[in-house]
Design a protein. Structure first.
Length: 191
């Protein structure tokens, strides 16, 4: 596994993606806090991995402005507006649904804020446990659709007759050096 991770990180570097490896979620949280300035605004997509890191609470407590579309009591329109603002924040945080061994990153989204934020935010940090690595792009897509999606349906009490994953984003490389950072964590996190 160690060689696979090393190869993956090196492949990302060749594609203008800053790949970083952290042994555990505590080190990953410290790395995120080190990367993001206190003056920066933060957008994010819903993610069990981010919840497990408890990173948003730490960013907010130190003074970062967080566009949180998941606050209790928000109307649908208020939540959608915060998603739009978050996609334009200084930093956007998300987790991949699947990662191929060649480094392709797979993301599914319902409303598009996730794909917009990852594609267009000034700075993006993707955090992911090693459990999301799949053999190839087809396996990463299958993992996203057939493993992560049903668990998210259940977690979010999403109506089974309403499609959740309406958009797919696959990142193969990045044009702007250092805009996109992937922090791969040596633990099983999220799904």
């Amino acid at each position: 596994m160690e060689q696979k991770i090393d190869t993956l990180v090196k492949d990302w570097q060749k594609k203008n993606i800053s790949g970083l490896y952290c042994e555990n979620k505590e080190k990953a949280k410290d790395k995120i806090l080190e990367i993001i300035p206190v003056s920066s605004s933060i957008g994010f997509s819903g993610s069990v991995t981010l919840e497990q890191l408890d990173i948003l609470k730490h960013l907010e407590s130190r003074g970062n402005k967080i566009f949180n579309p998941y606050k209790t009591g928000l109307s649908r329109d208020e939540s959608l507006e915060l998603r739009r603002q978050g996609a334009q924040a200084d930093y956007y945080l998300a987790s991949a649904n699947g990662i191929s061994e060649k480094g392709e990153l797979v993301f599914l989204s319902a409303y598009g804020n996730r794909t917009a934020g990852i594609s267009y935010a000034k700075n993006v940090i993707i955090v992911s446990g090693v459990n999301k690595i799949a053999k190839n792009l087809d396996a990463a897509l299958k993992r996203a659709r057939e493993y992560a999606t049903p668990l998210n349906y259940k977690r979010l009490n999403w109506p089974t007759d309403k499609r959740m994953c309406c958009q797919i984003l696959i990142i193969e490389a990045e044009v702007t050096p250092d805009r996109l950072k992937v922090i791969l964590i040596g633990e099983t996190l999220g799904f």
